[in-house]
Design a protein around this ligand. Structure first.
Ligand code: CA
Length: 246
């Protein structure tokens, strides 16, 4: 097992986000850590899948870049395990893979990867995704519970309640609701929601957003309940900022 910890020179160690790169191709691993360091991140590298869990138990990074094909334990299996652990359930994960088929992508996302990059990828593109994912993940450390009107979403337990009723949401609906509830009143375009929730705007039809918003609405709105989600014609969706004020 090869583990290296490298600190970005001029940045203060406390402020720079830590990124764990799990990749067995030495050249690629070095290329990534070089570029991540240049962006001000602290980088740790791991070349095998079976060393990752121990490392996570010692200290959680801010984000993991995880290769799919690894010696020891596969990236797919690792992703599943990371999501199953209480302490790393919301740890941001970007998966790297040579497999570009739709079925493989769906598998990666279904075990909980936040984003997915197909090799060969451009380094600037991956850097952009790292920044985007860190921006998305940050609010999770601020408040674990979002409360709007009688609707409550808990990021730690992944439970949603409307009044006393527990609402069971799929992972996509949960994240949609989470993003909408974070910024009541703000109108999100379908493209923006795709980017935030699915993390790969280019590959999914924007109508997919409508399908999942529809599902979310049906789950959280029963009978005479007020619908907290506004459809803004020609623009997208927003969480009604007046919800819960009446
Ligand atoms: Ca590999």
């Amino acid at each position: 097992m090869s583990i290296e910890t490298m600190h970005a020179g001029s940045r203060s160690a406390g402020a720079a986000p830590r990124i764990l790169v799990v990749e067995d191709e030495e050249a690629l691993s070095l290329l990534l850590s070089y570029n991540l360091e240049a962006e001000g991140f602290r980088v740790e590298r791991e070349a095998r899948g079976d060393g990752v869990e121990t490392r996570l138990s010692e200290a959680l990074p801010d984000l993991v870049i995880l290769d799919w094909m690894l010696p020891g334990v596969s990236g797919l299996e690792l992703c599943r395990r990371i999501r199953a652990r209480e302490d790393s359930r919301t740890l941001p994960i970007i998966m790297l893979t040579a497999r570009g088929e739709e079925a493989e992508r769906v598998r990666g996302l279904s075990v909980g990867a936040d984003d997915y990059v197909v090799k060969p990828f451009s380094v600037p593109e991956l850097m952009a995704r790292v920044h985007a994912l860190l921006r998305r993940a940050k609010p999770e450390r601020v408040a674990s519970r979002l409360l709007r009107g009688d609707l409550a979403l808990d990021r730690e337990t992944h439970r949603v309640h409307r009044g006393e009723r527990e609402i069971h949401l799929g992972p996509t609906e949960f994240r949609l609701l989470e993003h909408l509830m974070e910024k009541p009143g703000r109108v999100f375009s379908r493209a923006r929601l795709l980017d935030m929730v699915w993390g790969m705007a280019a590959d999914i039809d924007e109508r997919t957003v409508d399908v999942h918003v529809g599902r979310l609405r049906r789950a959280i709105t029963r009978g005479r309940d007020r619908d907290p989600i506004r459809t803004v014609r020609g623009s997208g969706y927003s969480f009604d900022e007046t919800f819960g004020r009446d």
